[in-house]
Design a binder for this molecule. Structure first.
Ligand SMILES: [Fe+2]
Length: 323
């Protein structure tokens, strides 16, 4: 067992979660359909120039609206801009923003992507690369992220999770002691005490794009340390499966959830992940169906006795009836 799992890890069994979308009717968060909310704090922030650097500021009225919408539901944070694996330094502006966010709205746990998205530019300033990129499976990368994960755990005092990324180029060069992306995650968890956010659609993307068995990959993962699971939809582009978060969950990802969930003793919740710009297009009814299916699997696999113990039958009424 990993440290975070044996110590309880501070992970309560919350149940089924949904990201916060300002664009959806608030009632979707108040109908008993979900047990907790996952927020990406950058979505309620603005950037401001601060000398040579960029500050990230919470927009007060957007924060107020999010707090009102979520109406006391447990909260977890899922950040996207920390860039924990950047060799030249992580994003200090993100952490300063998260300090303020936690003071205003405490969260149960928080997570980031195991990767990097900034590099040093030619002028010495930080350059955004546009998308999160995976780290090479090296001892150097494991040490770097482990040190930073320990610092983050100490700074916020709540569990810190790293998410396995989708990657589109195969066979990143690495150290044999680490092996691959799974070995990298395992090493960081062992040395830092952080936990894993297991994104099953990312596993599915990688398996399809690089032609391996996703179930065999799951078997090699540190499942004792999985604290949260993401399920999501995606799309196809020129033969590649893309981590697009733009629709309903495909059947192979449901199969992976059925397989994986019973093997994760410390998991606190399953989140249906979706990008804000696709939430309205997908619609409340479709979102409700995905959440109910996730709950049915959650309850059937013996997680229905936790805090998130809502019965599927309680949710047969369409959310539209609450509007
Ligand atoms: Fe994810």
């Amino acid at each position: 067992m990993f440290e975070g799992a044996t110590s309880g890890g501070g992970i309560p069994h919350l149940g089924i979660g949904l990201p916060y979308f300002a664009t959806l009717p608030a009632e979707i968060y108040r109908c008993g359909l979900i047990d907790f909310v996952e927020i990406t704090p950058e979505t309620i922030c603005r950037q401001r120039a601060a000398g040579d650097a960029i500050a990230l500021e919470i927009v007060p009225d957007q924060m107020e609206r999010a707090l009102h919408t979520c109406a006391g539901l447990p909260l977890v944070v899922h950040g996207v801009e920390l860039s924990i694996g950047s060799a030249h330094g992580w994003n200090e502006a993100y952490l300063h923003m998260l300090d303020a966010f936690q003071a205003a709205w405490p969260f149960t746990w928080h997570s980031e992507h195991l990767g990097f998205q900034t590099i040093p530019g030619d002028d010495g300033k930080t350059l955004e690369v546009g998308v999160p990129l995976p780290l090479p499976p090296t001892i150097e990368a494991a040490d770097l992220v482990s040190r930073r994960s320990v610092a983050i755990r100490q700074r916020y005092g709540v569990p810190f999770l790293l998410e396995n990324p989708a990657y589109y180029l195969p066979d990143a060069p690495g150290d044999p002691e680490i092996g691959d992306d799974i070995g990298l995650m395992r090493k960081i968890i062992q040395t830092s005490g952080c936990l894993q956010l297991l994104d099953l659609h990312n596993v599915y993307c990688n398996a399809v794009n690089h032609d391996f068995d996703p179930f065999a990959a799951i078997d090699r993962m540190p499942l004792d340390a999985v604290a949260e699971i993401h399920i999501a939809g995606g799309s196809w582009d020129d033969g590649f499966r893309m981590d697009a978060h733009d629709g309903r969950v495909p059947e192979p990802v449901w199969d992976l959830l059925e397989y994986t969930l019973p093997q994760c003793p410390s998991v606190g919740g399953v989140v249906f992940e979706l990008l804000d710009e696709h939430a309205v297009r997908l619609g409340v009814d479709a979102i409700q169906k995905e959440l109910m299916r996730a709950r049915e699997i959650w309850n059937r696999r013996g997680r229905g006795d936790g805090d998130g113990a809502t019965r599927v039958s309680d949710l047969a009424r369409p959310v539209g009836a609450c509007l």
